[in-house]
Write a protein that binds this ligand. Sequence first.
Ligand SMILES: Cc1cc2nc3c(=O)[nH]c(=O)nc-3n(C[C@H](O)[C@H](O)[C@H](O)COP(=O)(O)OP(=O)(O)OC[C@H]3O[C@@H](n4cnc5c(N)ncnc54)[C@H](O)[C@@H]3O)c2cc1C
Length: 469
Amino acid sequence: MDTAPILSRLRQIVGHECVYTDATATAPFVIDWRKRFHGQALAVVLPSTTAEVAEVVRCCQQYGVQLVPQGGNTGLVGGGVPDASGRTVVLSLRRLRQIRHIDANNNTMTVEAGLTLAELHQHAQTIERLFPLSLASEGSCTIGGNIATNAGGTAVLRYGNMRELTLGLEVVLANGEVLSELKGLRKNNSGYDLKQLFIGSEGTLGIITAATVRLFPLPTAYCTAMIEVASPDVALAWLHALQARFDDRLTTFELISGRCLQLVQTHISGARVPFHAPWAVLFELSDGGEDAHLEQQLLEWLPSAPRYGEAVIAQNRKERQALWLVREAISEAQSCEGISLKHDIAVPVSAVPMFLQQAGDKLRAAFPDCRITAFGHLGDGNLHYNVSQTGAADIYQDEPRVNRIVFETAYQLGGTLSAEHGIGRLRRETLWQYRSPLARQVMQQLKQGLDPAGLFNPGVLFPAQEKDS
Ligand SMILES: Cc1cc2nc3c(=O)[nH]c(=O)nc-3n(C[C@H](O)[C@H](O)[C@H](O)COP(=O)(O)OP(=O)(O)OC[C@H]3O[C@@H](n4cnc5c(N)ncnc54)[C@H](O)[C@@H]3O)c2cc1C
């Protein structure tokens, strides 16, 4: 393929300095965060306006070149990096960074897709509002990527996923037209809610260029606690008891296994693990009052709480951060002990203890020396469930068997193979095994209807379609 004409046209659209082609400049855009997917790009293109994005899409359509949309490249399933063909263009949205509109009285903000999540938090705080999506990658991940992956995080229990936080979208379609539905409405039953198609579509149906998102009153009081519990069943009892007492003031509720506590204690210098126990829960209450009042309410309620062992309640912001560090450092601590096979499953909240029991029993029967590191958002039924030391010198040889046990157990309990990280390239074949033939057909019809030439994100969600050069 003669690439000169398309590169020349792309440079006309976005400017010479915003089309990268040499290996050094493109390197950070073609490898995913976990370094499992190494691709190559014809070019990395960085437009700065919606009009430029639309022009880039029209140009690529004209030359028959496929596009991979990319935000902060923090995705965990290889959805934002190109394949190895070197024939696709990476469309980076990082330069679309405008705050288009703030409506404090409507509790909404309209922002462009390349703004990072941390920047959105800061802008919301300047008008004393909260944007509640909270991820450890917030310094790098972008709002466009958050929407394309329907990101979750630690505050879903109270505020919902990115889907619940998104009121309007602007999307560049595969024909280069701009679908603008940036309304800040809580109610709008005027036909199909088109934005829902693009939320969680992982860049396969359109390029998200801007969004209107929901804001909330900024909490003024927090009460964060870590409690020792004997088992996941007791953790579940705690969840329900706290919800019954504090309702939606219960903002997060995380389950942490004893192995996680040990890993953090061993590998993370500066982390203070408050106690060792078979299981712990980390939860946070928040409201518009005062810290002391919230803590007082928790203390008064504790005598009627389900059984527990040790309990630590953060007394100030520093202690609160220290408790959260224990939770947030688990992945890093685990990586110090080598590669693990990671899963991000969800089951009904009521089935979490059953999942842990059944999956653990089956894995230990198949791989007697394996280690299981389980933690996650119990309030959402979402577990990060990582398996290491299966016995094979190369752990990836055991991956198909491990995955089958984990995913089949989740599905038998009414669950799913991906709760918040998505499908990307990593899970596309597995997705195709687990969705019903009819669901697959409907997905293909949607793809065909919105992107008939297969322009956007080849090989993500759907098996790759080879294109002739
Ligand atoms: C340390 C760490 C912690 C994390 N914690 C969480 C967590 O708690 N919960 C969670 O849900 N995720 C988590 N993630 C995963 C990741 O941060 C999220 O998926 C995030 O939403 C991705 O945003 P991004 O801008 O980096 O997107 P990218 O990685 O660039 O892209 C992700 C997908 O979205 C598509 N895409 C990106 N931008 C656009 C756009 N503008 N239009 C259309 N498609 C687009 C890409 O093609 C790709 O398929 C974590 C990641 C890391 C590294």
